[in-house]
Design a protein around this ligand. Structure first.
Ligand code: ADP
Length: 522
């Protein structure tokens, strides 16, 4: 709509536009706008109601004879329900009432009685923002009927338009503030200690958990560097945090948080974070000391169990051996067969408990203790024997390439036997029936290389290292065939002997597991 405002009106609009951006106190701003508008046209009363998205009143400002008035919520509701403001809201249309006593849109109150203030004139306009959403209603009232004219209405509408923008901005600002508050609460109430630092490691912010854990005040902390509280893994983050400078996601390492004279085991998660005024580093130092202590307890408990299983198991085995030899004369093949099954199963359990105990000890860094000079055949022959029955049951052919005179190994015989049994067992387990397995050994200077080759499914490139990790299994077909500890044990055992273990394989072309073991010196 084209307006032809007078110079006075334009000045008023200009002044109002300045008022609207003058302060962050929204109530004050609305009151000033209302006062200016009312004064300017000589109105006696002005009412500005702010509505929420559901068109319910959230705020109101009432000015009477230049003064800001208190109001009751029910008055505001009454105007919106039955008064002129309600009519404007429902009809989305401005209205000019020449004589309030003659218009039924006007909500008559005791104050409007003839013997009190009597008939008046009034203008009421909707405050709208883009998309015609109504965000408020603006009303001014003049004590004389017939006072207001069309130009007043246009002026008030122009004021309402400006107020609309201000209300809209205030809403955005408020929702931004709430969101910011919410994020701040999330940060502050987080159960992990979180630091924000600059790119020199200087602490800019810390959450409540930091103060609780470290026991230093905010002021003291502000002077300090993140490096004062834990040793940074510079290899992970880079000497100048350069590994964090691009979108590298979250980096991780383990460290210790120094709090007073206590040290807490922590997992550190660092990432770059963008705040309003620049980019910073966010450090989460998660206390894992309890979890670590529990893990240690559990592992040592398991180790005790494996250890204590060994002597009853070897009793079972030697009893079975005795029974077997005393049965030998009686030639009872059925009993013989059953005893053999019991013997093989107990052997298996014994190997498993032995390997689990070894994993625990080797991971704890204990050296291999029972080393002696061992002929290669003392490793290969018992290992072949251990898998013989299974291999036969699956009609597998096993060929040997173990030349005589290879020399002696310097190893823990029982442990390395179990390593080789694991490799052979896997070859039998993962190669389809009627497959072909080869066991070989070859001298390589100070080492002897022992290898187990199969013509099974092979192992994809990317998994060839991973299968030596604990609990790592590749799904072949639909079901798992193991628990993924065998090769982890093999690697720990071989490396503890100073050797190496790896696999050469291609998918669909079989696998060749190889290990080098030290030769015994004369
Ligand atoms: P497990 O046999 O108990 O699963 P291992 O640590 O011995 O655990 O082996 C890990 C995984 O490596 C196996 O689950 C299997 O997917 C793969 N694997 C091991 N040996 C072979 C083999 N000879 N051929 C194909 N895959 C194998």
């Amino acid at each position: 709509m084209e307006h032809n405002f007078s110079k006075d009106s334009l000045e008023l609009l200009y002044e109002i536009s300045r008022e609207l951006v003058s302060s962050l106190d929204f109530n004050l701003v609305l009151a000033r706008v209302l006062q200016l508008s009312a004064n300017n046209v000589g109105a006696e009363r002005g009412v500005l109601i702010v509505l929420d998205e559901a068109l319910n009143p959230v705020q109101a400002v009432i000015v009477y004879q230049g003064q800001l008035m208190q109001y009751k919520d029910e008055d505001v509701h009454a105007i919106l329900r039955g008064g002129m403001a309600g009519w404007v809201l429902r009809n989305r249309q401005a209205v000019l009432i020449g004589d309030t006593s003659q218009d039924e849109r006007w909500l008559h109150r005791p104050d409007d009685d003839l013997n009190r203030s009597g008939p008046k004139s009034a203008i009421c306009v909707p405050i709208q923002i883009a998309g015609d959403r109504i965000v408020g209603i603006l009303t001014i009232v003049h004590p004389e009927p017939g006072f207001f004219r069309q130009e007043h209405l246009e002026l008030l509408q122009a004021i309402a338009d400006q107020a609309g923008i201000a209300i809209h901005n205030a809403r955005l600002y408020r929702s931004l503030e709430t969101a910011q508050q919410r994020y701040h609460d999330l940060f502050d109430d987080n159960i992990d200690p979180i630091f924000i630092t600059d790119w020199n490691g200087k602490i800019i912010e810390a959450n409540r958990m930091v103060f609780q854990t470290i026991g230093l005040s905010r002021e003291v902390l502000a002077e300090r560097s993140i490096t004062d509280f834990h040793s940074v893994d510079w290899e992970v983050v880079g000497q100048k945090f350069e590994n964090l400078s691009f979108n590298s996601g979250t980096l991780f390492y383990e460290s210790e948080l120094l709090s007073g004279n206590k040290k807490l085991e922590v997992e550190v998660y660092v990432r770059r974070c963008d705040l309003n005024d620049g980019t910073y580093l966010q450090w989460i130092l998660r206390d894992v000391s309890e979890r670590k202590a529990l893990e240690e307890m559990r592992e040592s408990l398991m180790a005790t169990i494996y250890h204590d299983l060994r002597s009853p198991l070897s009793n079972v085995l030697s009893s079975l051996d005795l029974i077997k030899s005393s049965l030998a004369e009686k030639q009872n093949t059925e009993l013989d067969r059953l005893i053999d099954i019991a013997l093989r199963s107990s052997d298996r359990v014994q190997r498993l408990t032995g390997s689990l105990l070894d994993i625990y000890r080797l991971e704890a860094g204990q050296p291999v203790e029972n080393r002696k000079k061992v002929d290669v055949s003392r490793i290969t022959q018992p290992a072949l024997k251990a898998v013989e029955v299974n291999a036969e049951a699956r009609q597998m052919k096993i060929t040997q390439h173990v030349p005589p005179g290879l020399g002696k190994l310097w190893v823990d015989e029982d442990m390395i036997q179990r390593v080789l049994i694991n490799l052979l067992d896997n070859a039998v387990k993962y190669t389809p029936a009627h497959g072909h397995i080869e066991l070989g050994a070859v001298s390589q200077g100070d080492f002897i290389k022992i290898w187990v080759k199969d013509n099974g499914p092979g192992i994809p490139d990317e998994a060839q290292n991973q299968i030596f990790e604990k609990f790592s299994r590749l799904q072949t077909g639909t079901k798992w065939k193991g628990i993924g500890l065998g090769l982890a044990f093999c690697r720990l055992a071989v490396e503890a002997h100073g050797g190496r273990i790896w696999v050469d394989s291609a998918e669909g072309e079989g696998s060749c597991f190889q290990m080098t073991l030290p030769v015994a010196r004369e």
